[in-house]
Design a protein around this ligand. Structure first.
Ligand code: PLP
Length: 453
């Protein structure tokens, strides 16, 4: 029989993995099949996946309906493209459906295949927009520390996690970062939500003024930060930030790659968190991970310039991927959205999210090294730190507990995730997760934390 573990160890270059360590030790888990929230590995052991893969399998694994949609579309029209005004039916139907769900003021969808390429497309759209308006110097993009926007040359720099820049000469020179709204590490002890939001908005304004408002094109933010630590902004944060952006003619890009399509209990995270973006990036939840598909949603204000001055100056829009508007991916998305709607999964994500966040808060309340349990909808995290007389102190990198907790929980059959910046364990289960499954996740991870700490 083929030893697939050996093949993996020898030939696969793994993302976000220790190069030599993987070659020596091989895969931590070899997933073979999955159903609902459960993955079965190559030894037959079942694991409860509290991360929905990488925050993406929103409708759960093993949906025949999406598998059928993929197969049917592959048989009917396996591929065609959207270049030079060519089109396919599934992409057209999907675009209308996405725009109908989006907040008011969105006109068009530009499809891609990943969250990273969506954010690269965003940068190009923003630059094109300002070039078309005769503002060639207005190009800088401001992101946030701990933000996660992908890993391509542009989006990898927007990502505000130093570990993703190291060794890659990122970020590119037109990218800047401001502080994350993190309760433990950036909020001052005496600050309420309004004061915290006002200070972060002031930091943004100071940066725009220091750079020169005529050089700043856009600000990009996730409604709730995901991979940077499930960071939920304080009440009033986006309103305060948005007032600054409006003052200096700076576009707001909402990175909805995790939050979009229901994870916060609303169709888009922007709605729940009070953002009024000009542009939105979506991916993951649009197909629940059954096929790689992303979208850039373009608001009317930007579209008017692209289709007006932009077309007049530059002719055809010179950007697109071979797989832009891929019909098989679009068919998967349509079947996925049918399931989300018919099973009221957006509402369910909100309800089960409350359940998850309550359960985590109760289970971890007594552990002295828990700095915070936090979340919104079906995104949650537990952050660990050392309590000191003056507040919290980060564990040294070699002594971080989150990776050890995640490993111990995996031994006990629960998949969670240690986040790359700081010492947090995160959760983002499928929207179909049950209360019993959440209880099992929380008790297993709590037990692992007790054993490790
Ligand atoms: N934006 C956000 C908010 C994400 O969470 C991710 C991935 O986790 C990305 C962008 C990048 O998406 P991809 O990994 O599909 O390139």
């Amino acid at each position: 029989m083929t030893d697939t573990r050996d093949l993996d160890r020898r030939f696969v270059f793994h993302p976000f993995s220790m190069a030599q360590g993987h070659e020596q030790s091989g895969a931590l888990m070899m997933a073979q099949s999955a159903e609902g929230c459960w993955i079965t590995d190559d030894s037959g052991k079942r694991h409860l996946d509290s991360m929905a893969g990488l925050w993406c399998v929103n409708v759960g694994y093993g949906r025949e309906r999406i598998a059928d949609a993929l197969a049917d579309q592959a048989r009917k029209l396996s591929y065609f493209h959207g270049f030079s005004s060519m089109a396919t039916e599934p992409a057209a139907i999907l675009a209308e459906r996405v725009i109908a769900k989006a907040p008011d003021g969105f006109s068009k969808v530009f499809f891609g295949a990943s969250g990273s390429d969506a954010n690269d497309t965003q940068a190009k759209i923003v630059w094109y927009y300002n070039n078309a308006r005769g503002l060639p110097n207005k190009k800088k993009i401001i992101a946030r520390d701990r933000g996660y926007h992908g890993v391509t040359v542009l989006s990898g720099g927007l990502t505000g996690l130093p570990g993703l820049h190291a060794g890659f000469d990122l970020p590119l020179p037109m990218i800047r970062h401001v502080s994350a709204p993190h309760n433990i590490w950036t909020r001052n002890a005496e600050e309420d939500d309004a004061a915290f939001s006002a200070r972060l908005a002031q930091e943004l304004e100071d940066l725009i003024l220091a750079e020169g408002p005529d050089t700043v094109a856009a600000f990009i933010a996730e409604p709730v930060m995901g991979a940077g630590g499930v960071i939920v902004p304080p009440e009033g944060y986006f309103a305060a930030m948005q007032a600054v952006l409006d003052r200096y003619d700076v576009l707001l890009i909402a990175d909805e790659v995790i939050c979009g399509f229901g994870r916060l209990g609303t169709w888009f995270g922007s709605e729940r968190m009070g953002m009024k973006p000009d542009l939105m990036s979506v991916a993951k939840g649009i197909t629940s991970g059954y096929a790689p598909l992303s979208g850039v949603l373009v608001g009317d204000k930007v579209w008017q310039v692209i289709s007006g001055e932009g077309s007049a100056k530059y002719g055809a829009f010179g950007h697109g991927y071979t797989y832009t508007a891929h019909p098989v991916m679009a068919a998967a998305a349509l079947a996925n959205l049918d399931i989300v709607e018919e099973e009221n999964l957006v509402e369910r994500a909100g309800q089960m999210g409350d359940y998850l966040n309550d359960a985590l808060a109760k289970a971890f309340a007594d552990l002295p090294i828990v700095a915070e349990t936090r979340g919104k909808g079906l995104m949650a995290a537990v952050e660990f730190a050392r309590p000191t007389r003056d507040g919290w102190q980060k564990f040294d990198p070699g002594l971080q507990v989150a990776p050890r907790i995640v490993r111990a929980a995996l031994q006990d059959g629960v998949i969670s995730r240690a986040l790359p910046n700081g010492d947090a364990v995160s959760f983002s289960p499928p929207f179909t997760v049950t209360a019993e499954e959440i209880d099992l996740v929380v008790s297993t991870v709590r037990k692992a934390a007790g054993a490790v700490c």
